[in-house]
Ligand binder design. Structure first.
Ligand SMILES: *[C@@H]1O[C@H](CO)[C@@H](O)[C@H](O)[C@H]1NC(C)=O
Ligand SMILES: *[C@@H]1O[C@H](CO)[C@@H](O)[C@H](O)[C@H]1NC(C)=O
Ligand SMILES: *[C@@H]1O[C@H](CO)[C@@H](O)[C@H](O)[C@H]1NC(C)=O
Ligand SMILES: *[C@@H]1O[C@H](CO)[C@@H](O)[C@H](O)[C@H]1NC(C)=O
Length: 502
């Protein structure tokens, strides 16, 4: 299945990312036919090498955003139709499911703005055993504009993945519902099956709207699932969700202060993988990572530092071209992984299936566009005039984003008793481990437990961990940008430790 590559050059996308795109990296993403995946989206977001000033201008303008509340003055509007969870039950499981699951799956819509007809789609899987004693975990993918159902649930952590035929499912051994009840939301409206009947709504998309709508979603979702209202609640995700998640947590904490006891959300912690934190430090971390992992020359690295950190240096374009020639055609989201060169060929390559199949997103695209699958999921009941995409082609404007999460992290840490885990697959070059370390350093936190290896259930060193006063940081050895996709066993082990507070 081929996707339309031309889109990336369109004027709308130009605006979506508020700036020019990182042409070099984008080319690589396009070459392999996945321009609209989470990876591609984030690539486009990194405007820096080409013109660092662009992003910074926008950032400065939005810097004050952290000071003001992410919640506007509008009160959260509960929808009249709470809906019943029984109506959202996926009867008999998903089409193509390998066995009759004994855990329940639900899917449907929760309206976040009734007057506009704006509604978010969710998929909810209860825990494999004893769901009533397990916490509730919300998973969010990034982009901005990518689907937590297509990527998070079907490629990374859900109970099922899609086989190369695009019609049948396999069961995922290290699914996260082995440890929690897991909720996937396609956010914001315009992503996946989530939509608005007022299409001008899409032009108001941005970080603020996303946090506000996600909060409203949760309040209304808990009314449909009252047995989960008092459950310990966690948020996890990756990539651009490095912004979404702290913003939503901050919104929830503020909302809880105003909320009646019945609409409090029992948020206990957040867990973010290869997430963006601070644009400037993330950028420096990328430059150093690509050099230290021998992807670029000393000269190119020097050039990046001299010309591509401070804004408006025309020489940065030359450096970019040099890097383009030096790095060659690799997957920057896992610098050691194979590429998806032809998804119909990988059908006949059983070796791909054993470990990691770079074409999996193509199978997911086929699966979620099957009418019987949409029907089973209670999705797309309004017959949206476009196909389901891994990353939205409907959203063309992204109004606001801050340049750094530091103020929010300081608030979250100060709020106390709140668990924060930043984890990092250490072979990702896009939001690499070095970026996250520079960001954490800048927060200037006291080390509580020094750098040490952590082991998974096999007894192998799965990565390294350091505990600070306020947050923990863990690496996952050998994992790329989507940690659970590349190292499912280690990712589940990390989740279990996080939930257990270890
Ligand atoms: C959007 O409009 C359709 C058609 O009128 C309607 O069936 C649907 O309920 C509306 N969606 C929301 C969220 O209001
Ligand atoms: C589902 O089956 C597994 C064994 O296949 C069992 O361990 C688990 O407790 C069951 N879960 C529920 C919710 O019954
Ligand atoms: C992909 O591989 C199939 C089967 O080998 C072949 O028929 C098809 O032409 C290839 N497509 C591309 C774009 O190379
Ligand atoms: C929704 O359904 C219509 C009609 O069946 C289909 O053409 C469209 O691709 C679907 N859109 C999404 C987002 O699933």
């Amino acid at each position: 299945m081929e996707k339309n590559h031309g889109q990336f050059f369109s004027a709308t996308l130009y605006h979506l990312f508020l700036s020019t795109v990182l042409a070099l990296m984008l080319m690589m993403v396009m070459v392999h036919g996945h321009p609209m995946n989470q990876a591609g989206r984030l690539m486009a977001f990194w405007n820096d090498v080409k013109n660092p000033s662009h992003g910074l201008e926008v950032d400065d303008q939005n810097l004050n955003m952290e000071a003001i509340s992410l919640i506007g003055d509008d009160e959260v509007v509960f929808t009249d139709q709470v809906g019943k969870m029984e109506d959202d039950l996926i009867q008999g499981g998903l089409p193509g499911q390998p066995f009759k699951s004994n855990f329940s799956q639900y899917a449907g819509y929760v309206t976040v703005d009734q007057s506009k007809g704006r509604t978010l789609f969710y998929y909810f899987v209860e825990a494999f055993n004893n769901p009533s004693s397990k916490p509730l975990l919300l998973w969010l993918n990034g982009g901005p504009g990518c689907s937590s159902l297509g990527i998070g649930a079907l490629i990374e952590i859900g109970p099922f993945g899609v086989k190369p035929d695009g019609k049948t499912l396999y069961s995922r051994k290290h699914a996260w519902n082995k440890a929690a009840n897991v909720l996937f939301v396609e956010s914001p409206a315009g992503v996946g099956f989530s939509y608005s009947n007022t299409t001008s709504d899409y032009d108001l998309s941005g970080d603020k709207r996303t946090a506000q709508d996600s909060y409203t979603f949760l309040l209304n979702w808990f009314r449909r699932y009252p047995q989960y209202k008092d459950r310990d609640f966690y948020i996890a995700g990756e990539s651009y969700a490095g912004f979404y998640i702290p913003e939503l947590a901050d919104t929830i904490i503020k909302g809880n202060k105003k909320a009646s006891p019945t609409s409090m959300i029992q948020l206990k912690g957040i867990m973010i993988g290869n997430g963006i934190i601070d644009i400037e430090r993330d950028r420096r971390g990328r430059y150093d990572y690509t050099w230290s992992h021998a992807l670029i020359s000393n000269e190119a690295h020097q050039g990046l530092i001299e010309h591509c950190i401070t804004p408006n240096d025309p020489k940065c374009n030359e450096v970019r071209e040099q890097i383009d020639n030096e790095m060659g055609d690799i997957d920057l989201f896992n610098i050691y992984a194979p590429q998806c060169l032809n998804s119909s060929e990988s059908l006949n390559q059983p070796k791909c299936r054993r470990d990691y199949d770079p074409c999996e997103e193509d199978y997911v695209h086929s699966y979620l566009n099957l009418p019987q699958v949409q029907e089973a999921l209670h999705a797309n009941r309004t017959k949206l005039p476009y196909t389901w995409e891994e990353c939205s082609e409907v959203l063309t404007v992204w109004k606001d984003r801050p340049s750094t999460m530091f103020p929010i992290y300081r608030r979250l840490i100060a709020s106390g008793g709140f668990r924060i885990l930043l984890y990092s697959g250490d072979v990702d070059a896009v939001v690499p481990v070095s970026s996250t370390r520079y960001c954490i350093d800048a927060l200037n936190l006291q080390v509580v437990k020094a750098w040490h290896p952590w082991v998974d259930s096999t007894g192998e060193v799965a990565g390294y961990k350091v505990v600070y006063d306020g947050l923990s940081f863990a690496t996952v050895r050998g994992a790329g940008h989507q940690v659970p996709q590349f190292k499912p066993h280690r990712a589940l082990a990390l989740l279990k430790k996080f939930l257990a507070g270890r």
